[in-house]
Design a protein around this ligand. Sequence first.
Ligand SMILES: Cc1ncc(COP(=O)(O)O)c(C=O)c1O
Length: 396
Amino acid sequence: MKRKIYLDFAATTPVDPRVKKAMEPYFSKEFGNTMSLHSFGQEAKTALEESREIVADLMGAKPNEVIFTSSATEANNFALKGIAFANKDRGNHIIISSIEHPCIIESANWLKTQGFEITKIKVNKQGVVDLKELENSIKKETILVSIMHANNEIGTIEPIEKISKIIKTQSQKLKTKIYFHTDAAQTFGKIPVNVKKLEVDLMTVSAHKMYGPKGVGALFIKEGTKIIPLLHGGGHEMGLRSSTVNVPGIVGFAKACQISKKEMENEAKRLKKLKEKLVKGVLNKVKGSHFVGDLKNSLPNVANFWFEGVEGESIVIELDLLGIAVSTGSACSSEKLQASHVLLACGLKPWQAHGSLRVSLGRFTKEKDIDYFLKVLPKVIENLRKISPFKGNFES
Ligand SMILES: Cc1ncc(COP(=O)(O)O)c(C=O)c1O
């Protein structure tokens, strides 16, 4: 039987069997609607509130500061649009980074059509936000800054604590309130994430990135934050997110948080070692290969490379034929092949960014998986270069 190796944990993770087990009763046995007064409803409500406490605990928040959503995409839309429209009497300026996830960038682009002004802050070669530019961009009209905790393509961790200090200092000088949001979809459950330590007002998380189910996310909203809901209706989630609550999913998210709380520290150390082996192995074995990101300050499980003279998509397809699942930074649009905005922001030329490959490890990755990847990759690159119109000096 063909070997199957999944090295795309930044895209999504499998549901941990312990999570699946915790969710099971809530599909057909404890299926009540949390808004119902009868015992079915009240049992579901109890499960919801217990889950809220567990999720809040992992992020260092109060339970009433956690609003469950359908995804990180929804939480990010909620943060940007909810803050923008609730505070537009004070200003119309929003700052994001140039390497945010598309759900932040596209929300910001849409807000621009609604009269908001958007500033996108540059990053350096490692993908770290330019703090000086950020400081200089803050003005009286600024109402929100949204900078991701770690980037999903290259794994770089942003200096969130330094950023919150800059925002605080500038808002005191300007005598205004500037909210700070961070998208922690890639960090929550993998490295310590504490809203008090990070000093953020809003934070996005997602269950399926941390061995929980798809279709569940949450937005941390610090008490006292002025925000309006995206979804209006029955007044669920403290009036901030109407819609019948996804109890099985939320119970699964909470179980995933409990597991991460116990296992995160050791797991991060294990993954860091595997990642170091992976990065060294690729750079040693494949000539014309380059690492993108910040080795010192990055997620323990994400590594990004680009290879001279080959396209990332071709590598993904060839590796898939060999049973290995990885991904590329480039995204195919119907019109043209677009290079990743993250890699371009890090200074890569489009032809370099097209050769990109993201390898992301996780809870079920074994050392032998990395060995196999390192064994087959050089030949895959060599074969692709033979048929590539781009000829370089990179015999592997
Ligand atoms: C940084 C980041 N933000 C947001 C998202 C969107 O997450 P979801 O799939 O929960 O909508 C992702 C997922 O790719 C991500 O990596």
